[in-house]
Design a protein around this ligand. Structure first.
Ligand code: ACO
Length: 327
């Protein structure tokens, strides 16, 4: 018995912001952004909601899976940017999809969220005897960006992806490695500390509230270490079967570094950061769906998903890809 991905989908906002758009608002250049990150454009939410994107990506995953949506017993959304602080994004999607009974919850673990969510879904499916689960990775990170800070606003985008998990005969998810450590230096933080009651001391209000603050070089160093550690752990745990890697899309240079250090050719790493930038918890399910639909991911492939992000958090898992070839 195992737990496999039996359907996947993704939905991006329609507005494309190219590096040229960013040249118009901050002191940057297309060349700088491409050279330092590999990003050419990103999608940004304008008139959509995150719930709409997450719902559409889920519908597509359910269609591919060819299941009755009422069979879904668990909905986990990896996100920290739900349209509503409560209910959870997962509850909003449950409502939009019309799933009458399921356990909905959000999971916040920065850009590692989707890995944590898949691992949590697997555990709950096993312990609560749930046959089918929907796992979403979706983020609307642009609402937390400081659009005057060239060091951060060029790096991120919005989007959503989803997968359907099902228990069955095939192996599917194999080894899982999760880890985390305190962000002592506050290298990647969105500060939401703000009292609003009448007795608050306004002088303590943080002017940069709700804005992503990042120490780029420190995050870069952490990310390089985390991605290589995760690949090595997964190789060790799974007996070196990994052929293809779908990494979190934060920076093309981080992926190139991982390729060199792990001695796995760069062509065996799936990369789509040029189109979407870093969509946080959404990068992995978006990449899974595109990799399969483009024919990069083939039935029987032994793959590894690898994530890292705020927290600090990192981790990954091996998966035997069981869906028939798309093309
Ligand atoms: N355009 C032009 N110049 C810029 C820009 C920009 N957008 N951003 C920074 N610069 C300048 C800096 O001001 C600096 O100028 P200075 O030397 O005059 O001070 C110069 O470029 C070099 O800056 P560095 O920060 O040293 O550039 P670096 O090569 O480290 O690249 C980057 C910066 C791309 C942010 C890199 O550090 C990085 O990728 N870090 C990791 C970011 C990341 O992955 N974050 C998310 C990971 S976790 C998660 O996904 C949530």
């Amino acid at each position: 018995m195992g737990i496999s991905i039996i359907g996947c989908g993704h939905k991006m906002p329609k507005f494309v912001a190219t590096n040229k758009h960013l040249e118009e608002i901050v002191d940057t250049s297309n060349e700088w952004i491409i050279k330092r990150t590999g990003i050419k454009q990103r999608r940004l939410i304008t008139d959509e909601t995150l719930t709409e994107l997450a719902t559409q990506s889920s519908k597509d995953a359910i269609d591919i899976a060819q299941i009755d949506k009422q069979d879904i017993g668990l909905v986990i959304a990896a996100t920290f940017t739900s349209d509503t602080s409560t209910p959870a994004l997962a509850s909003n999607v449950q409502k939009e999809l019309g799933i009458e009974r399921a356990i909905p919850m959000d999971l916040s673990a920065g850009c590692t969220g989707f890995i944590y969510a898949l691992a949590t879904a697997k555990s709950l499916m096993e312990s609560l005897d749930i046959e089918t689960a929907l796992v979403i990775g979706a983020d609307y990170i642009s609402k937390y960006l400081d659009w005057e800070d060239r060091k951060t606003c060029v790096l991120f985008g919005d989007g959503s992806g989803a997968v359907v998990l099902k228990r069955g005969e095939q192996k599917g998810i194999g080894s899982i490695y999760l880890n985390g450590k305190p962000d002592v230096e506050e290298v990647l933080v969105i500060n939401d500390k703000q009292a609003t009651h009448p007795w608050r001391d306004a002088k303590h209000d943080d002017k940069r509230i709700h804005k992503l603050a990042m120490k780029g070089a420190e995050v870069y160093e952490f990310a390089c270490g985390a991605i290589v550690e995760t690949i090595n752990k997964l190789k060790e745990m799974s007996g070196s079967q990994i052929k293809k890697i779908i990494p979190h899309q934060a920076n093309g240079r981080i992926i190139r570094y991982a390729s060199i250090k792990s001695k796995i050719p760069l062509d065996n790493f799936y990369i789509n950061i040029q189109k979407y930038a870093n969509t946080s918890a959404a990068t992995l399910p978006i990449a899974i769906d595109e990799a399969w639909k483009e024919g990069w991911l083939k039935k029987g492939d032994q793959i590894a998903l690898v994530g890292f992000g705020a927290g600090l958090t990192w981790g990954g898992m091996t998966i035997e890809w069981n869906l028939p070839n798309f093309v």
